[in-house]
Design a protein around this ligand. Structure first.
Ligand code: ATP
Ligand code: MG
Length: 633
């Protein structure tokens, strides 16, 4: 499934466009099916209705577990690093992971779970989270993982939307020095959720919890029951390629979360293929993805993608800054990590601690680096490249979305020449187009527009749970026969793609279209800036003015001087047109729990309309909003 040269990439790409069905059929043949498809693809973007590998039968866990047992049973599947570095790490081989998944699948069955049921999972980043996810897939239940930091209200909304009947959780979780009482949050959420008949609670933090008779059971007790029943195996449920595999709610940075639905066959093929190809994964390599399984990155590139390829995945329970900001580098050294996949927000945060925390860490095992989540600004890209990769590791800047299931535009490690800030080129099978406001395709190079995809790919969403019309409206109605990503993008002279931020975040300053990401990129070049967020606000003369929220540790220095300096920097890098009209220094930005800036809140504040900030329940630290409101200019 891997291309080995830039020439091979171009060949594969061309084939994928000219003969997409044949291309994907070849890829799909690398997986294990109970029955192969009658038809590779049927689709229209009007309804939309997209079906891949129609008529095929499979179980994704057979591909992620059973098929590795013959030759790689003793290969580590998951290496788990706990929050507290003095606690022992754990290793689960493919054999052990298989057995544990079967065991817990039987627990689910004992507790009444059936194929098609929706099961909510609200857990810390411990191996049992991956086990619970795979156990659902084993029995054909649909998992809906809710990140273990969400509030009771957010969980209740998601449980009600999906009508879940079981929830799997833990007593509590550790994040740095904090202890989060997960079960107690669940108890609050469940007041509103009569559909939940069973709560399965894993012991992690030993936080006292109250258990409700007839509803709540302990994970460990249920495992013991399965053991005494003496049936360690759990036959995988035979699933149709288009049966639902999971629901995952998007992070909510642009509004009410949507329950994105992925199905078994296409998602398996797409995540396995893109993982293997983009990272050029080689057997034996140690791969560390710093995301939480609660996000799509964790679903596709901690769980399903790597495991279907027999990879060894490092899973980390804690946070990058505890006990100190060298934690990632300690983990790299400890497990001799070869591939590190993380996010710009983490990179920028770690950068701000200076080079001392990297000094003396052995990062020589690293071969490939990856980035996901937002456009990576050039300064962070160079720091990642030089300080972490020592100039010898390609940076795989993967652009994709919850809705796309897997990587869409991304370099292939050691194959695609990289370029700072660019996601580079579409992977084989992906057909991006740029369109103007009227949906007219903008052809040629050296252009920018709204990023759409014009042909289906196997990992794409099929619907939004319980509301197909919303799926159509959100993604397929803006432009006829195109999937609309919501992102703005430029294609440079060489045909390389650079994401310029969300379309809503493109400013129109005196008739010039400027991506907020570009301005932020320039601001972040300034030595005393940790990070920044730029939004537009109504401006009498320019139409839109540029309002910058800037996090700077030198906040207490001469603010006016720094302000002038930042304006000069932007002017020099992009041009005077992009100069911020207002710069507000803040101690932090409002971020979702996946680390994304909630720009719609900043937009409201910049517009001076702070009365209705909308749903802020998915914010990491709501207090920061009050501070920003108070200091608004
Ligand atoms: P919501 O859709 O609820 O607003 P979200 O879009 O933040 O939430 P995700 O699906 O996790 O939820 O994020 C996908 C978005 O993240 C993309 O549309 C894009 O804006 C941004 N993104 C992800 N990876 C990259 C990347 N490598 N470069 C630039 N932008 C990226
Ligand atoms: Mg989105």
């Amino acid at each position: 499934m891997q291309v080995k040269s830039f020439e091979e990439y171009h060949q594969a790409y061309q084939q994928s466009v000219e003969q997409p069905e044949q291309f994907w059929e070849n890829i799909a043949n690398n997986f294990q099916w109970r029955k192969k498809w009658d038809k590779v693809l049927e689709w229209n973007f009007k309804e939309p209705k997209v079906e891949w590998f129609k008529g095929a039968k499979l179980n994704i866990t057979e591909n992620c577990l059973d098929r590795h047992l013959e030759n790689n049973a003793d290969t580590p599947a998951i290496i788990w690093e706990p929050n507290d570095p003095t606690e022992d790490h754990r290793v689960l081989t493919y054999r052990q992971l298989h057995d544990k998944v079967c065991q817990f699948a039987n627990v689910l069955k004992n507790n009444g779970a059936k194929k098609g049921d929706r099961i909510c999972i609200y857990m810390p980043m411990v191996p049992e989270l991956a086990i619970a996810v795979l156990a659902c897939a084993r029995i054909g239940a649909v998992h809906s993982v809710v990140f273990g930091g969400f509030s009771a209200q957010s969980i209740a909304d998601r449980i009600k939307d999906a009508e879940c009947n079981i929830i799997v959780t833990a007593d509590g979780s550790y994040r740095g020095t904090k202890e989060v009482p997960l079960k107690s949050v669940i108890d609050d959420a469940l007041v509103q959720c009569p559909s939940i008949k069973r709560v399965i609670v894993l012991t992690r933090s030993h936080t006292p919890v109250s258990m409700i008779k007839g509803r709540d059971v302990w994970w460990e007790d249920e495992i013991k029951k399965v053991e005494t029943q003496g049936n360690p195996e759990c036959e995988p449920e035979e699933m149709d390629a288009e049966d639902m595999l999971f629901i995952l709610y998007t992070s909510g940075s642009t509004g009410k979360p949507k329950g994105v639905v992925h199905t078994c066959g296409g998602y398996m093929v797409y995540t396995g293929y893109t993982f293997s190809n983009a990272f050029q994964y080689q057997p034996g390599e140690i791969y560390f993805c710093t995301a939480d399984i609660g996000w799509i990155t964790g679903h596709s590139y901690i769980a399903y993608g790597p495991l279907s390829q027999g990879a060894t995945v490092v899973m980390f329970e804690g946070i990058p800054t505890w006990p100190n900001a060298g934690r990632f580098w300690d983990i790299v050294e400890k497990f001799k990590v070869n591939i590190l996949y993380t996010a710009p927000t983490a990179i920028r945060s770690l950068m701000s601690f200076g080079d001392d925390v990297i000094k003396g860490k052995d990062l020589s095992s690293l071969r490939k680096l990856g980035s996901v989540g937002e456009p990576i600004n050039e300064e962070a890209w160079h720091w990642f490249d030089e300080k972490i990769g020592h100039g010898k590791c390609p940076i795989v800047d993967t652009w994709w979305q919850t809705e796309t299931g897997g990587f869409m535009i991304s370099p292939i490690a050691n194959v695609t020449p990289t370029k700072p800030g660019y996601a580079t080129l579409p992977l084989p099978g992906v057909q991006p187009v740029l369109v103007d406001e009227n949906g007219k395709e903008i052809e040629g190079n050296g252009v920018s527009g709204n990023l759409c995809i014009k042909f289906p790919w196997p990992g794409m969403l099929r619907t939004t749970y319980g509301d197909h019309e919303r799926c159509r409206q959100t993604y397929f109605a803006a432009y006829e026969n195109l999937y609309f990503t919501g992102d703005g993008c430029l294609r440079d002279e060489e045909g390389y793609y650079r994401i310029t931020g969300r379309v809503d975040d493109v400013l129109n300053v005196s008739g010039h279209r400027i991506g907020t990401a570009e301005v932020e990129n320039a601001i972040n070049m300034h030595s005393s800036v940790v990070e920044s967020a730029v939004v537009g606000y109504p401006h009498d003369i320019k139409g839109q003015g540029v309002y910058a929220f800037v996090v700077s540790p030198e906040k207490h220095g001469d603010e006016e001087l720094t302000r002038k300096d930042i304006i000069m920097t932007v002017s020099r890098i992009i041009g005077p047109i992009a100069k911020p009209d207002k710069i507000q220094f803040v101690s932090g930005l409002p971020k979702t729990r996946s680390g994304k800036i909630m720009r719609r809140i900043l937009r409201k504040i910049a517009e001076g309309d702070t009365s209705n900030l909308g749903d802020t329940s998915t914010l990491l630290d709501p207090a920061v909003v009050d501070e920003i409101k108070a200091g608004a200019m």
